[in-house]
Ligand binder design. Structure first.
Ligand SMILES: CC(C)(COP(=O)(O)OP(=O)(O)OC[C@H]1O[C@@H](n2cnc3c(N)ncnc32)[C@H](O)[C@@H]1OP(=O)(O)O)[C@@H](O)C(=O)NCCC(=O)NCCS
Length: 143
């Protein structure tokens, strides 16, 4: 089931975040960010367990997609594609007209998913990431 992230999900979300990212967001960062009215956070839940999550920050008519993650053992089942499609749908209902995100240039599976959803590469941010240092692709999707 895909649904909005709730405060009680944050402990599981932050635990997944810690497993995956070198610079993980804290529980407090998620709690703060999900309360901002212009933001939207979704989770995929199965049998009371969070398997995946993603976030959207709305600024005027643009949406910045952030914190996209699927638990390692649940990858390759289409969860990211499904969850992000729902995020784009709900984002469009919030009057967002264009979505953007950054992704590591080496992150082939994420780039594949974003392209499949309609995102196109608009440029490169040099040395955007640390741990390890890497460039970011900037991608956009216009409704
Ligand atoms: C990127 C990520 C969110 C994808 O989640 P997922 O649930 O496995 O994604 P899906 O199952 O919906 O789709 C994966 C697609 O990538 C493809 N893929 C897998 N490995 C690939 C590779 N090395 N190169 C190209 N495509 C690849 C799969 O074939 C699949 O495409 P298809 O449906 O057209 O066959 C997940 O791997 C993840 O959480 N990674 C770590 C965190 C991360 O990188 N987040 C994104 C930060 S911008």
């Amino acid at each position: 089931m895909i649904r909005k992230m709730r405060i009680m999900d944050v402990e599981q979300v932050a635990a997944i975040e810690k497993e995956i990212f070198a610079d993980p967001w804290s529980e407090q960062s998620f709690q703060h960010s999900m309360k901002v009215p212009q933001n939207l956070y979704l989770v995929v839940e199965e049998n009371d367990k969070i398997l995946a999550y993603c976030g959207l920050w709305g600024v005027a008519e643009e949406g910045q997609i952030c914190n996209v993650a699927v638990k390692e053992e649940e990858r390759g089942r289409g969860l990211a594609t499904m969850m992000l499609s729902e995020l784009l749908k709900q984002g469009s209902e919030m009057e967002i007209k264009a979505f953007t995100l950054e992704v590591r240039v080496s992150n082939a599976s994420a780039i594949h998913v974003y392209k499949k959803l309609g995102f196109e590469t608009a440029g490169v941010r040099k040395n955007y990431y640390t741990k390890p240092n890497e460039d970011a692709l900037i991608m956009w999707y216009y409704l």
